[in-house]
Design a protein around this ligand. Structure first.
Ligand code: ADP
Ligand code: MG
Length: 249
């Protein structure tokens, strides 16, 4: 009887029920639960397990370099953005409204960290997120036509709900790369929310992309529904530098 039920659960892809059937049956006999409660329990557990599995897949596919939320983010150190604003951003309204968040400023002040933590919170809330640095993005765009593994990453970008693009402006890009970048931005326009970090102000993007007309076209699309955060302050890395030797040796 039990084997037959497990088989049926398997066919119906009720994996949690299939794997825990004996346990559920035993507990049902021991407790005084109604049929309705019993079934509700089973369906709820099944759903929970499926959501958990989907969450783990989203997390794995996101390419996030680390998983950190804002619980240990020091808002006293980074005063250019308030905890209140971060809390509002964590509600993820901006994703549904296809906004672009742009974090600008010098190295070490928490741009990537804020982006990664927002991405992590978005994944928890059920959004599909993809993190990529500008230099890795250039490789994906250049090689996706000839390499299957790059094509998979390219598709992930197109299918994501939020693209996290890190370190725009750190490395110079060629004319061909600037063109590919523009094509991607056009393709994602009005479809995908984005977070972009850069050490270069928008006024310097002309030089970065090597072509004034192209930069205008890219910025036109990025700045349509866009919130810019100009972060300033000292480098968290330099201020919290760990030393290997505690005293001079
Ligand atoms: P950026 O991208 O601006 O160069 P990062 O986001 O990589 O800087 O930050 C550098 C390091 O400092 C990271 O390990 C990050 O987690 C940490 N960090 C930066 N700002 C804060 C902050 N306000 N509170 C806690 N950690 C921070
Ligand atoms: Mg960074």
């Amino acid at each position: 009887m039990s084997e037959e039920l497990k088989n049926l659960a398997n066919i119906l892809k009720l994996n949690n029920l299939r794997d825990n059937l004996d346990d559920y049956l035993l507990k049902a006999e021991e407790s005084n639960k109604s049929y309705k409660e019993f079934l509700t329990d089973i369906f709820e557990k099944e759903l929970e397990e499926r959501e958990e599995k989907k969450y783990k897949i989203r997390l794995k596919k996101s390419g996030l370099p680390y998983m950190k939320d804002f619980s240990d983010f020091d808002f006293r150190f980074q005063k250019s953005i308030s905890k209140k604003k971060i809390n509002i951003l964590c509600e993820m309204n901006w994703i549904d409204r296809l906004f672009k968040l742009v974090f600008l400023g010098p190295p070490g002040i928490g741009k990537t960290r804020i982006m990664v933590s927002l991405g992590y919170e978005a994944i928890k809330k059920g959004y599909s997120v993809y993190f990529v640095t500008m230099s890795d993005l250039m490789d994906i765009l250049k090689y996706q036509k000839e390499s299957y593994s790059y094509k998979i990453l390219y598709r992930r970008i197109l299918n994501s709900q939020v693209l996290l693009l890190d370190e725009v402006g750190y490395l110079p890009i060629s004319r061909e790369e600037a063109n590919l970048f523009f094509q991607l931005i056009s393709k994602l326009d009005e479809k995908v929310a984005m977070i972009i970090t850069s050490n270069k102000a928008f006024s310097e993007w002309n030089e970065l992309l090597g072509d004034a007309a192209l930069a205008t076209a890219v910025l036109d699309r990025i700045s349509f529904r866009c919130e810019i955060f100009n972060l300033s302050g000292k480098s968290y890395r330099l201020e919290n530098r760990e030393e290997l030797f505690e005293e001079k040796v």
